[in-house]
Design a protein around this ligand. Sequence first.
Ligand SMILES: [Mn+2]
Length: 361
Amino acid sequence: MELLTIGSFARAARLSAKALRRYDELGLLTPARVDPYSGYRFYDPAQLERARLVVWLRRLGMPLARIRAVCELEPRAAAREVRAYWSQVEADTAARRELAAFLEDHLSGKDTAMSSVHSTLGIRYAVLSDTGAVRESNEDVGYAGPRLLAVADGFGGGRHAGEAAIEALKPLEAEVPGGQLLSALEDAARRVHESVNELAASDPALAGVGTTLTALLWSGSELGLVHIGDSRAYLLREGALFQITHDHTLVQSMIDDGRLTEEEAASHPQRALLLRAVRCGSDFEPDLALRDARDGDRYLLCSDGLSGVVPHEEIRHVLVAQSDPGRAVRELVALAQRAGGPDNVTCVVAHVAEQRALAPA
Ligand SMILES: [Mn+2]
C-alpha cells in the first residue's frame, strides 16, 4: 500500500495538517513512517478510520487519555467504552443540573417560599428485612421514619455494624433546617464511621466489621442522599425506575471502564467485592447528593439481597402496581425469596404525597 503525504492524508481525513501533527505529538495517531532526513510524516490509508474515530471522540468531549485507550480497543470493547463514558457524562450532568436548580432558587430567595409551598409534602413508608433462604442470620438493618429512610448491609460482625450505623443516623429524625440538609447528613455519616471504628476497636473478633449505608433524609421538598457500598436507592417517577446510587463494587468499576458487561457482572465470582464501605480505619468517602422531591415520587432503598437477584423490570412493576408501601416491601421480599433468597434482603419503600392525601379518611 502506498503511503500518503501528510497533506493528502489530511485532505482525505478532512483534518488540517496541524491537527495531524498535534495528534502525533499526543500519541493518538502516529504516522506510518517519518522520513529520517526531512522529518516529513507519511500515513497509511488504512489509518483513515482511526483518524475519523479520533475526530468523533474529540467532538464527544472525551479526554485525550481516554481517546488513546479507546483507539487501542477492538470495536466491541470500544463501543462499550463509549457507552460507559456517555453514561458517566449524563450522571455528572444530572448531578450538576440538580445543584444549578438549587443554587438558582437559593440565590433568588425562592427556596424559603418553595419550602412553604411544598411543606405539605410528606411520605408514607414501610420497611421489611428478611434473613433469606440460605443465610443463618440477618446482618441487614433497615429503618424508616417520617424524615429518614436507611438500609445498612453489615459484614464481619453480625448485626452490630448495621445497627451502629442506623443508631448514629437516627438523631436526623429531629428537624433539620432547610439548606443544611447535606452538611447534617455528612456529619451524621462521620458519626456512623466513628461508631463502626469504635465497634472494631472494642473486640479483636470484630476487626473486620463494616457495613454499607444508603440513606435518604427529607426536609420540605428537598431530600439529601448519603451512599456508600452496594445497597441501592431507586426513584420511580412517571412510571420509570431510575437507580440513583452508584454501586461501589469492583464489578461496577469494571463496567464503567468498559471491561465488563452488565450481563457478565451478574455472574462474576467477585461481584460482592466492595471498593468502598463504612469500615474500620479505611478512607471514608460516601457519595452525597441533594435532590428535589415531587408529589407522586416513590423511593426504594434495598440491600443487594434484592437488586442482586430480582430483575429491574420486576422491581419497577411492584413499585408501580402497589399503592401501599407495606404491601410493596412484602412483595419485593417475596420476589427475592422466590429467586432463591441467597442473601439477607431489606427493602424500604416510601411514597411522596401531599399531606392532605395522607390524612386518614
Ligand atoms: Mn447483602
